[in-house]
Design a protein around this ligand. Sequence first.
Ligand code: FMN
Length: 218
Amino acid sequence: MCTQDSIQQPLFSPEFQRDFDTLLKWRRDVRRFRTEALPGGLVDELLSLAALAPSVGNSQPWRFVKVQSPEKRKAVRDHFQICNAEALNDYHSERAKQYAQLKLSGMDQSPTQLAVFCDHATLQGHGLGKKTMPETLDYSVVMAVHTLWLAARARGVGVGWVSILDPKEMTSIMDVPGEWAFVAYLCIGWPEEEHEDPELVRHGWQDRVDISKFIVER
Ligand SMILES: Cc1cc2nc3c(=O)[nH]c(=O)nc-3n(C[C@H](O)[C@H](O)[C@H](O)COP(=O)(O)O)c2cc1C
């Protein structure tokens, strides 16, 4: 629960902090969706919240394509199948068998689909912060995706990130300016099931690793 004091600064209560931790623990990459449409306005609400994400120089380089047309959706699905078959070729024996059994996209069912791009040509932000690290523009878009992901989960809505796609092909399929670099394809909708552990853990692909293994001191 969040309360407001007299000067309108939010105070985040211990209950809210616990709820927020639970949100982080229960945010899942969802690939299994119910097909019914989300209520009108919900996706725009999520996009407005995503736009609160931080961005380098306040450049707000995120560009969202609402993929509505059956033709575009089919083009992405067909392209995903090609990329996924190519990815499978990189694996051998048991790993290949395991990979082939994974469900790596919910785009056959999810009622809402967004292609997310980063506008590398944006003048917003006047270049602040990205001279030495131009990739910070892309990082900014990833921040927006994660913000949307959490806002969605807080409303019981599932999000699945599909990256088994060729970025140039996605720019072409979506017919967006060449300066827009593809970042993510998001499948969004009500999840068919809820889990506290990631699907790739449950299916034996990759366990979680304790964070202590990834922290060094200097
Ligand atoms: C950059 C990025 C790309 C991803 N691409 C895919 C993908 O193509 N297909 C898929 O099934 N999951 C994809 N995922 C989801 C991850 O598999 C998932 O986040 C991870 O297994 C941990 O599960 P969790 O998100 O439920 O905690 C992607 C996640 C990220 C952050």
